[in-house]
Design a binder for this molecule. Structure first.
Ligand code: G6P
Length: 615
């Protein structure tokens, strides 16, 4: 995720763009930049860091005068956050300037081709490839900017929201969208463009939201023209009157970032496997892994280190890796690992999982592992973060910025990456049959749809939340792949509602927690179709016999548990190895609604921090 802004009109563009970028910082904040036409040339200023850093740099380096310009706040995907990789990017002839939110998957082959034609690349970004491709099309075909953008985009595979300006046409912005959001604000003799309406809501409430596959030519003094990128078919723009206020827009109309992020999961899971998982072709490839695959295959064991929710993702990975690829796995709290003189050798592979990439204990754990000669592989969300830099190799999740302190989309995207690693290792080791491998790939590809379906049960979950919001304790039970999900469900509830909750392996309940069960005790049981379904059913009977209240997460159409449980939350059927990706969803929603009903500060719960950079 990145934020993009543009202005063309009669006012000074720079202050509007700068303020707009600050409002879009929730979409990313590792670097920022602007390009302003000063009546003569386009002045570009960009820097690593937040928009406030850009503001200081721009005050020193550019005139900031002009009524036409674009700006960007970045969440790095290709190339670490630094000044050169920041947007805007300028084409080789210095005439075209672009900002981009998204990922160009085939940028590698396009870059090779453009290099052969004499183009030079200064950054590691996919975006710089696109702007030079547009220049190349303009040059070879002799077409105007809009047409050149269209022809170039038809060669591109990936996702984008882009805005392109041309020094020779200082009254026009060309925009296009596929997968990433883009809104056009229509004022009095002025136009705005942005990733959402927050940068322009104080100037106009009239907006056009581009649909996927559409592009627009925005020229001062005439109406916006929209076309289909693929076949040039004209589209009649639909101008909406916005009713939202600023805060609502930043949260995408949701009440809290947490619920917005819960709902982003289908999209960010796709972002995470995009270009890496090609189910029909039977390919799963993670760049960072391929370079070190031999080391993984020959590892005597994989040690996973992490904290909090990321540690739960690690536990899920333990089940997946051992089942699919038969490599022994140990999962450690980073804080324990680093202080207990662990036995690590060069034959070990250490995987560090971290949303922020800055958690102090995880960072210290990988430094220790490195010092003992192990290969360290990072699974981080924040590009260029300390853990990603400290690791020998790694794979990013593409969850976009997670603002809610309670982690949601980071967890499911971590599991997505870890599942892909497990499948790739199993394929390389020959521990999975071809048909099972193919089935897992296509099932993984269908997960976003299933998450979407699971999200539709929100109203029902709200009703359950209303029944149990005053409970003092909760127990969460699961087996196998869903034991870590039980831990994660309990953690979510604790973190944001302050209700005491414990996660337990369902069978282990008999060894203690069963003493807590009475008619006051809600017990959330994950009882989806699985190898151990009958065992879970027995555990439910044990709870019922002690009058506990059962809230069961079941597979669609389940009647056995349905009849025994007091309440059920249905999720679509899915192969057992992938169930954590769907069973997590109702537990996130349940915790969220209980916390809201209790009037808690959901996005910033007491005593917690999003990123724990102290021991
Ligand atoms: C904090 C956050 C949790 C997170 C944990 C690990 O406790 O509140 O949501 O799971 O840190 O953070 P990391 O960034 O390393 O995943």
């Amino acid at each position: 995720m990145c934020g993009i802004v543009g202005y063309i009109g009669e006012k000074d563009a720079y202050p509007i763009i700068l303020k707009g970028l600050k409002r879009l910082e929730y979409r990313g904040y590792d670097s920022a930049g602007v390009a302003i036409y000063n009546g003569n040339e386009i002045e570009v200023c960009k820097t690593q860091g937040k928009v406030s850093t850009l503001e200081e740099k721009a005050a020193r380096e550019i005139s900031r005068v002009g009524t036409f310009g674009i700006g960007h706040t970045r969440w790095a995907t290709h190339g670490e956050p630094n000044d050169i990789n920041s947007h805007p990017h300028v084409s080789n002839n210095g005439e075209l300037v672009i900002i981009h939110n998204g990922i160009i998957e085939n940028y590698g082959s396009l870059k090779t081709e453009l290099k052969k034609r004499g183009y030079t690349f200064y950054s590691d970004t996919d975006t710089e490839v696109l702007v030079n491709l547009i220049e190349d099309v303009q040059k070879n075909e002799g077409v105007k900017l809009g047409k050149a953008v269209q022809i170039a985009l038809n060669q591109v595979v990936g996702a984008y929201a882009i805005a392109v300006i041309d020094k020779k046409k200082p009254n026009e912005i060309v925009v296009a969208k596929l997968g990433s959001p883009l809104a056009i604000g229509i004022g009095e003799n002025e136009y705005f463009i942005a990733s959402d309406a927050s940068p322009f809501i104080e100037y106009t409430n009239k907006s056009i939201y581009l649909e996927d596959g559409e592009m627009g030519i925005i020229r001062l003094g005439r109406e916006v023209r929209l076309r289909k990128i693929i076949d040039d078919k004209p589209i009649v723009p639909y101008v909406q009157e916005l009713q939202l206020n600023l805060e609502q827009i930043e949260k995408g109309g949701f009440d809290h970032f947490m619920i917005k992020e819960i709902y982003e999961q289908p999209e960010v899971i796709i972002d995470t496997y995009r270009g890496r998982l090609l189910a029909k072709e039977g390919i799963v490839r993670l760049g960072g892994l391929e370079d070190h695959i031999e080391k993984f295959l020959n590892a005597q064991r994989i040690i996973i280190v992490a904290c909090g929710t990321s540690w739960h993702a690690g536990l899920v990975a333990e089940y997946i890796f051992e089942e699919l690829s038969r490599i022994p796995v140990e999962v450690e709290y980073a804080s324990e690992f680093r202080y207990r003189n662990p036995i690590i050798t060069e034959k070990d592979v250490v995987i560090a999982i971290s949303q922020s990439g800055e958690t102090a204990d995880t960072l210290a754990a990988i430094k220790l592992a490195k010092s003992k000669g192990a290969l360290v592989f990072g699974v981080c969300n924040v590009v260029g973060s300390s853990i990603s830099r400290e690791s020998h190799a790694g794979s990013y999740t593409h969850a976009g910025p997670e603002i809610g302190v309670a982690s949601t989309k980071a967890f499911t995207t971590q599991i997505t990456v870890l599942t892909m690693i497990g499948l790739r290792l199993a394929q390389a080791k020959g521990t999975i049959s071809k048909s099972e491998f193919m089935r897992c790939l296509s099932e993984l590809e269908m997960i976003p749809e299933k998450v979407e379906i699971a999200l539709k049960t929100e109203d029902k979950i709200k009703e359950i939340a209303a029944v149990f919001m005053n409970a003092k304790n909760f127990l969460y039970l699961g087996r196998g792949y869903n034991f870590p999900v039980a831990l994660e469900g309990a953690l979510k509830l604790k973190e944001i509602s302050y209700i005491h909750a414990e996660g337990y392996p369902a069978a282990e309940m008999k060894h203690g927690p069963i003493a807590l069960i009475d008619e006051q005790m809600p017990v959330v049981v994950i009882a989806v179709e699985s190898e151990h379904y009958d065992k879970v059913v027995s555990n439910i009977q044990e709870i019922k016999a002690r009058k506990g209240k059962i809230i069961a997460v079941v597979s669609e159409g389940d009647t056995t548990v349905g009849e025994m449980a007091d309440y059920v939350m249905e999720v679509p059927k899915t192969p057992e190895v992938l169930t954590p990706l769907v069973t997590t969803i109702p537990l996130q929603l349940l915790a969220y609604h209980i916390a809201v009903m209790l009037g808690r500060n959901v996005d910033q719960p007491r005593n917690l921090a999003k990123s724990v950079t102290v021991e």
